[in-house]
Ligand binder design. Structure first.
Ligand code: HEM
Ligand SMILES: *[C@@H]1O[C@H](CO)[C@@H](O)[C@H](O)[C@H]1NC(C)=O
Ligand SMILES: *[C@@H]1O[C@H](CO)[C@@H](O)[C@H](O)[C@H]1NC(C)=O
Ligand SMILES: *[C@@H]1O[C@H](CO)[C@@H](O)[C@H](O)[C@H]1NC(C)=O
Ligand SMILES: *[C@@H]1O[C@H](CO)[C@@H](O)[C@H](O)[C@H]1NC(C)=O
Ligand SMILES: CC(=O)N[C@H]1CO[C@H](CO)[C@@H](O)[C@@H]1O
Length: 325
């Protein structure tokens, strides 16, 4: 191709990207030519990991969320700190991202790289996006096609985490705003919050709601007693409870039924029912699993587009997900 035609092609591609927005840059078949069996390789590795460590389900989903909200979905959250740089994952507010989420990606990446054609071709960011889809399906949730083509980021700084992640004390307006910063609607936020249908939380993340003298009035009284018994004052800070007390391991719409019953664990969960503006959506999704699943798939697809890098000056395909090349 001549230089003139190449410039024209580049201009047209840039124009198409600008018109269609950032979304046009990701494609479901991005690796079809280079690594055609990518999805089955990742699925097998993830399945093996989840069988050995079921906690990998919640850990992987949460890792994807934190990755996307800090620097975009670019696996920056997986990079480790170095002598002169404290990485994202070591920010005090990482609220103990569970090691099994990181290990799920490392295992899947090793399986992909063991296939010669695929070796060092697939980004850690894409592997995390695929692994997230796979753990959700393994837990009984919806399956969906994953858009691919994210590059791995070159920057991971603890100081860039400040203000990017929602704390469990947030009210509806605060939640809506922080998701809006990531191009996600209030409905997307409500759907994605349902990831709290699986996984665990440490007592300190909700202890302010269950103080004997001042139990949060929006919490179901029986639930408050159960939580007080499991998380008494002075409890071992490593104790973590199931986020969904009814179907703790199933990725389902029980999360919304729990909210209707006052069984949201965090203030940020329960407020989705207590606030009249979001209550109709919670009630609708508590009653209709199909409607919830459709909204969730749309929302997590949009989450996977946040801040993605496709320009080689901003990212690459990391050989080891934990270290820059
Ligand atoms: C809406 C605002 C959100 C807040 C305030 C929030 C807050 C939290 C907190 C405090 C924990 C407990 C961490 C711990 O004690 O170890 C947690 C766990 C979790 N979060 Fe969220 N989160 C939010 C949204 C999301 C989203 C959008 C997702 C994914 C789509 C997600 C997925 C998870 C999962 C799966 C766990 C369990 C982790 C595990 O078992 O290792 N969260 N979240
Ligand atoms: C850290 O130090 C190494 C080696 O001295 C250097 O190559 C690298 O650019 C530094 N990284 C940052 C983030 O400053
Ligand atoms: C508390 O939970 C029980 C189910 O265990 C439910 O029957 C009751 O209606 C709930 N109370 C409130 C106030 O939501
Ligand atoms: C549940 O939601 C789906 C998808 O939005 C819709 O097609 C269906 O009619 C709903 N079912 C009921 C019983 O409302
Ligand atoms: C939000 O969307 C706009 C328009 O497509 C895009 O320029 C911007 O980078 C997106 N923001 C994030 C955080 O993805
Ligand atoms: C507050 C907190 O839990 N910080 C954790 C952040 O992540 C690092 C490494 O993954 C943990 O060692 C910290 O305990």
């Amino acid at each position: 191709m001549g230089a003139g035609i190449r410039v024209l092609a580049a201009l047209l591609a840039a124009l198409a990207a600008a018109t269609a927005g950032v979304t046009a840059q990701l494609r479901q078949d991005y690796y079809a030519a280079v690594c055609p069996d990518l999805e089955s390789i990742v699925r097998a590795a993830v399945s093996k990991k989840v069988q050995a460590q079921p906690v990998a389900v919640g850990a992987t989903i949460r890792l994807f969320f934190h990755d996307c909200f800090v620097e975009g979905c670019d696996a920056s959250v997986i990079l480790v700190s170095t002598g002169n740089n404290t990485a994202e994952k070591d920010h005090p507010s990482n609220l103990s991202l569970a090691g099994d989420g990181f290990d799920t990606v490392i295992q899947a990446k090793a399986a992909v790289d063991a296939v010669p054609a695929c070796a060092n071709q697939v980004s850690c960011a894409d592997i995390l996006a695929l692994a997230t889809r796979d753990v959700i399906e393994l837990a009984g949730g919806p399956s969906y096609a994953v858009e691919l083509g994210r590059l791995d980021g070159l920057v991971s700084m603890s100081t860039n985490v400040d203000g990017k992640l929602p704390p469990p004390s947030f009210n509806l307006d605060q939640l809506t705003s922080i998701f809006a910063l990531n191009n996600l609607s209030q409905a997307d936020m409500i759907a994605l919050s349902a990831a709290h249908t699986v996984g665990f939380a440490h007592c300190s993340t909700f202890s302010d709601r269950i103080q004997p003298q001042s139990v949060d009035p929006t919490m179901n009284a029986t639930y408050a007693e159960d939580l007080q018994a499991a998380c008494p004052a002075g409890v071992d800070p490593n104790i973590a409870l199931q986020l969904d007390p009814v179907t703790p391991q199933a990725f389902d719409n029980q999360y919304f039924a729990n909210l209707v019953d006052g069984r949201g664990l965090f203030a940020s969960d329960q407020v989705l029912f207590s606030d009249a503006r979001s209550q109709p959506t919670v009630v609708a999704w508590a009653q209709n699993a199909t409607a919830f699943e459709q909204a969730f798939v749309d929302a997590i697809t949009r989450l996977g587009r946040v801040g993605v890098k496709t320009d080689p000056s901003l990212g690459d395909v990391r050989r080891d997900c934990a270290f820059l090349n």
